[in-house]
Design a protein around this ligand. Structure first.
Ligand SMILES: [Zn+2]
Length: 66
């Protein structure tokens, strides 16, 4: 299963890996810097990854969307 983030500005989907946790990723389309939540904040995402059909979205605050 995949861990994904949606760019807050242009909406493009960025694919994240666990190594990206607590780092900044730059959107390759609009250049916006996206703060990847720390692993502790992504705990909920990690728990849901096993049940998700297509991937789990996280945002900068660590909120999780199935
Ligand atoms: Zn963007």
């Amino acid at each position: 299963m995949r861990l994904l983030a949606r760019c807050p500005d242009c909406g493009v989907i960025m694919r994240l890996s666990l190594e990206d946790a607590d780092k900044r990723k730059r959107c390759k389309y609009c250049g916006r810097l996206f703060k990847v939540p720390a692993l502790e904040q992504m705990q909920k995402a990690l728990e849901r990854i096993g049940q998700a059909q297509s991937g789990v979205y996280v945002d900068e605050k660590g909120n999780v969307y199935g």
